[in-house]
Ligand binder design. Structure first.
Ligand code: 9MR
Length: 511
């Protein structure tokens, strides 16, 4: 297993911290004990337990120990931009600083987001390039780090400011051609640099069996609306791009970065529909990340960061409530070292490796520790394809054979996969009419997945058979009640989900 398999340090953390850790040949039983809940958690540990990463943007000069301690994902702030590493004709050069960051990430078991390939700004010698040169660059840069990079921002900031919903008009948009003049670049006769760049990236990923996921990244696309309640046309335009290029037959785009640089610009405020907007993208099947998060402190009310802390809490909760929101990255460690130092938008104060946690830090950690909750993906009653009939609607409840769709249990399973590791979140629901006191959920891996640690359940594995048993505090499942647990695992090849789960020996429906 490569050390770049993200979050494996979380496993180590759990091993160290868990009072009840038991590792035996062929079986792993790890459970965070009360001591862990009370002490020592970092943002990364708390996030991994909830099934997402929590990362930071950094430069080689900012790699103090806090980076590896607190975060489990790293984005080079400037070192992978074409300005830093693109040579002539799409070559890649001068990667020393970027390599320093990748090596640091590997040594600290952090996953890396490559940032960024095709962008109008900081394009260096790539600026003005034709698609063929862009394609050469895309191939070279993907192959340079291969699976050491879990996510790559292939295209960055393609859309215009001021909520127009248009593309920016400078290069690389100058490569675009709306052949039939219908106002978009989606037709087969059109030329679209976004499509062509992702198409090339997808081909390189496929031809080289890479696990790297391909993202599009932008700002002011966070809310469904902007300040004042009008539609966020920039987000709508991005949604159309992601819809077009994430579905069959293209399937080029894996993930969307909402940069999440929140401030008091009317298009950059935190709106109440952030979660709904994350969800609409997630429902396309792509992962959503808050990829460059910072939130301006409210400089007017001098409340020493409390308002900011609540804003952080709200934003982190919006992500946690959508299972396909699989990562959050803050754009720097401390206020004074941020690109927006005067707006004090980050989680720490201090400088040069000597940092102090702000109220915003505590709020984020608290929210991460609450986990994803049961808000998502529980369907609303009208959307539920298999509602449990009430007795009065059921003509012969005692004679009706068990409907395999309703059964006595329902399981939802979602995973967040990278190079050779993944975390999974599992929810088991008692859909029967009797309470269950003590549960055991079993499944068979279709591949060579291997559970390495777990939380909120005791998970053992023998061969490809896995059993998750309740923890002492979630043994009781009343009718309609749910229990959630999670685990981290390694794999190679493909990471297909289990096809079937059984609760205390009875097959569950998948929800
Ligand atoms: O944080 C980066 C800063 O150091 C650079 O001077 C700046 C130059 O454009 O880029 C900053 O990072 C940007 C990122 O690459 C894309 N989204 C906006 C970020 C903040 O400006």
């Amino acid at each position: 297993m490569s050390s770049s398999s993200g979050l494996s340090k979380i496993r180590s953390a759990l091993v160290v911290l868990s009072a009840g850790a038991l590792v035996a040949a062929g079986a792993v039983s790890l459970q965070p004990g009360p001591a862990q809940a009370a002490t020592g958690d970092s943002l990364g540990v708390a996030a991994a337990k909830a099934g997402l990463f929590f990362g930071v943007a950094a430069s080689p000069g900012r790699l103090s120990s806090i980076v590896g301690q607190e975060f489990n994902q790293l984005t080079p702030e400037n070192e992978m931009k074409p300005e830093a590493i693109a040579g002539s004709g799409g070559t890649v050069q001068n990667t020393g600083n970027a390599d320093t960051l990748v090596n640091y990430a590997q040594n600290n078991n952090m996953i890396v987001r490559g940032h960024t390939m095709v962008w109008y700004s900081q394009a260096g010698s790539l600026s003005g390039a034709n698609q063929s040169t862009l394609n050469t660059y895309i191939k070279n840069v993907l192959l340079k780090w291969g699976n050491k990079i879990a996510y790559w921002d292939v295209v960055n900031e393609s859309l215009d400011d001021n909520n127009t919903g248009n593309r920016r008009n400078q290069w690389p948009h100058t490569l675009d051609k709306d052949a039939n003049n219908d106002g978009d670049y989606f037709d087969s006769t059109d030329t679209d640099y976004i499509r062509d760049s992702f198409k090339q990236a997808r081909q390189v990923v496929q031809a080289n069996n890479l696990k790297t996921k391909l993202c599009i990244n932008d700002y002011d696309i966070e809310g469904l609306t902007v300040k004042g309640g009008s539609k966020n046309k920039k987000s709508d335009a991005m949604y159309e791009i992601v819809k077009k290029y994430s579905q069959e037959p293209t399937k080029y785009i894996d993930c969307v970065g909402f940069q999440a640089h929140f401030n008091d610009n009317p298009n950059s405020v935190i709106t109440d529909d952030l979660e709904a907007n994350i969800r609409r993208y997630a429902e396309l099947g792509v992962e959503v990340h808050l990829s460059e998060l910072d939130i301006d402190d409210d400089l007017s009310n001098n409340d020493i960061g409390k308002g900011q802390a609540e804003n952080y809490r709200k934003v982190v909760r919006a992500c946690l409530n959508v299972s396909k929101c699989t990562g959050i990255t803050v754009w720097g460690i401390s206020d004074s070292e941020s690109w927006r130092s005067s707006e004090r938008g980050l989680l720490f104060t201090g400088s040069n490796g000597s940092y102090t946690k702000k109220a915003a830090y505590t709020a984020v950690l608290e929210e991460l520790k609450k986990g994803r909750g049961t808000v998502d993906p529980t369907p609303t009653p009208s959307e539920d394809p298999t509602p449990t009939p009430t007795p009065s609607e059921d003509p012969t409840p005692s004679d009706t054979p068990t409907d395999p769709q309703t059964g006595t249990c329902r399981v939802t399973y979602s995973d967040n996969t990278w190079n050779s590791g993944f975390t999974a979140a599992v929810t088991v629901e008692n859909t029967g009419s009797d309470a269950i006191d003590g549960w055991s959920l079993s499944w068979t891996w279709p591949g060579n997945q291997k559970v390495t640690s777990a939380w909120n359940a005791t998970v053992t594995q023998s061969g490809n058979q896995v059993t998750a048993r309740n923890a002492s505090y979630n043994n009781l499942l009343a009718p309609g009640a749910k229990a959630s647990f999670g685990f981290q695992a390694s794999y190679s090849g493909s990471n297909d989900a289990p096809e079937q789960f059984a609760l205390n020996g009875e097959t569950c429906s998948l929800g």
